[in-house]
Design a protein around this ligand. Structure first.
Ligand SMILES: [Zn+2]
Length: 180
């Protein structure tokens, strides 16, 4: 499909993203267009621009995962943006959905970020046994996920904690929606 290649500020290729996501990054001044389609144009908000084929991030981001994304506790916390999978509050620990004592693996699909309280409360049980449903399903992060998480992490660290908590929803409106 018409995915856009994303380069780091250092010109190192990071991943591909959807056209919509590429346009958002350009409109938010987080990336510049390096190459665009010679003929196709896209209407985004109130402006029209060539369809970007390659964009480059304005600021260098340190991507938290390698391409194959080996599992790590830190990686799980970054993937889940330090939000507890059971209550949504700040998470500092990693919980095994199927406990290790019951054969649960150390992998992306069996681990979620958890606050210490919920991790302790769930103890040696599955979510069903504990009556603690997951707010979202764990997933194996793609290179695009890793890059977008790195961009968001950079935003949050430059904002006060109380503001950063709500900052994730800004400018997330559909880029190709007609201007209001
Ligand atoms: Zn919790």
């Amino acid at each position: 499909m018409r995915d856009t290649l994303v380069l780091n500020a250092s010109f190192e290729p990071l991943s591909t993203v959807t056209l919509n996501r590429a346009v958002v990054l350009v409109l938010q001044d987080k990336a510049v267009v390096e190459h665009s389609h010679p003929a196709l144009r896209v209407r985004a908000a109130a402006v029209e621009l060539p369809v970007p084929r390659v964009i480059r991030l304005c600021r260098y981001v340190r991507v938290p995962f390698r391409r194959q994304a080996p599992w790590s506790r830190r990686g799980v916390l970054v993937r889940d943006q330090h939000r507890c999978a059971y209550c949504g509050r700040r998470a500092t620990t990693v919980d095994h959905v199927v406990p290790r004592s019951r054969g649960g693996a150390d992998d992306w699909l069996n681990t979620v970020a958890s606050c210490a309280e919920d991790n302790h409360r769930k103890a040696d049980r599955t979510p069903e046994q504990a009556g603690m449903p997951l707010l979202h399903q764990p997933f194996v992060p793609t290179p695009a996920d890793a890059m977008l998480l790195a961009l968001r992490a950079g935003e949050r660290s430059s904002l006060p904690e109380w503001l950063g908590r709500h900052g994730g929803h800004r400018a997330e409106r559909h880029p190709l929606a007609p201007a209001a």
